[in-house]
Design a protein around this ligand. Structure first.
Ligand SMILES: [Zn+2]
Length: 363
């Protein structure tokens, strides 16, 4: 049944009914899942989904252990994060009025709400009815680290700190976090400081920024130069360019206007460029791993759908990381052992992905 859940995301199928139909059609897939000649019924699949919802802590522990395995194989995983939120339109219309003009009393998905999303490609931005996926992705490996599904009207900035906490709880370093302008709030910077994590967020044009409060100090010798940050002290050091002023340097306490990684430095720019990792990950999860379209209603079901989708993606990444690492040293010595090890470790990933004769549109 776990394999069935993985196959659902691997083949980007929106419903259990279609997963069961696919498995029933292909004996190789049945062999991989260990149910050759006796594929599960759709009722069994839906019962299993109910059990997964009731035992959310077990799913959570499963995710934790996959993340732990990835951390062991990919040392940079979880060091620099990018956080953002993306729309997940509900499996419901959500219009406030019925076709006859009356105010709607019953919604097919009462947990979903109206929220705002930005424009993507030729699709206009605007309101949508549904949920939002708040995601923290690793900028080095491009893999998800922590995520949370909430109704669409919840503000994004509320979820940066909880996501950092989840990532830390999974044993990841979380040194820096890149976020877009929507997270440029003093509170977000404070929450990052409390967690000893460096925020990389572009400035909103607030009155203080228009006044130039965020600019480095200056004197008659020119603009002062950044001379390093002290994380323990929570302040950055700035120096007179010629060193003729007395004192020649000063400490500025970290805040939204003066973060420990100052605006305009090469390090800030490099880290902010990494933010695109989270946008790419949204695209991959939605278009290749079946996060979209939602075919379940209710927050709990949508959360399980997101959990299983991301878990499958991470499990495949782990399987790949383990097989490539174990392949390299044994290649010259024992080719037979290598073959067996590769077959065993990629059973859930590439093995399930390429049973012959299966056509799927998910890529
Ligand atoms: Zn000076």
């Amino acid at each position: 049944m776990i394999g069935l859940a993985l196959a659902k995301s691997l083949y980007a199928l929106p419903t259990w009914t279609r997963v069961v139909a696919l498995v029933a059609d292909h004996w190789r897939l049945q062999r991989v899942l260990g149910c050759e000649g006796d594929p599960p019924s759709k009722w069994a699949a839906y019962r299993f989904a109910t059990k997964l919802r009731e035992n959310g802590d077990k799913v959570e522990r499963c995710i934790d252990s996959v993340v732990e395995g990835l951390k062991a194989k990919l040392p940079t995983y979880g060091t620099d994060l990018a956080i953002d939120a993306s729309d997940m339109p509900a499996y419901a219309a959500g219009h406030r009025f019925t076709p006859t003009g009356k105010v709607r009393e019953r919604y097919s998905d009462p947990d979903a709400t109206w929220g705002h999303r930005s424009a993507v490609s030729v699709r206009k931005g605007g309101g949508f009815y549904g949920f939002k996926l708040h995601l923290a992705a690793c900028t080095k490996t491009g893999l998800p680290v922590a995520w949370h599904v909430e109704a669409a009207n919840e503000a994004e900035s509320l979820f940066s700190a909880p996501l950092i906490d989840v990532a830390r709880g999974r044993g990841l370093l979380v040194d820096t976090v890149a976020m877009d302008r929507g997270y440029d709030i003093g509170r977000v910077h404070e929450e990052c400081a409390e967690r000893d994590c460096l925020p990389v967020v572009p400035l909103k044009q607030t009155p203080g920024v228009k006044r130039g409060d965020h600019l480095p100090p200056s004197c008659e010798h020119g603009t002062w130069k950044f001379a390093g940050s002290d994380r323990k002290r929570g302040a950055s050091k700035w120096r007179c360019p010629t060193g003729e002023c007395r004192p020649a340097s000063t400490w500025i306490k970290a805040s939204r206007l003066h973060p420990l990684i100052p605006y305009g430095t090469d390090r800030w720019r490099k880290l902010y460029r990494g933010r695109s990792a989270v946008e790419r990950e949204f695209g991959r999860l939605k278009n290749e791993w079946g996060l979209k379209p939602l075919r379940v209603r209710g927050l709990e079901r949508v959360r399980l759908h997101a959990d299983l989708t991301v878990l499958t993606k991470l499990a495949c990444a782990l399987s790949r990381a383990r097989s490539t690492r174990s392949l390299a040293p044994s290649r010259s010595k024992e080719p037979q052992v290598r073959g067996r090890a590769a077959g065993a470790s990629s059973g859930a990933g590439s093995g399930a992905r390429s049973p012959s004769g299966i056509c799927h549109s998910g890529g």
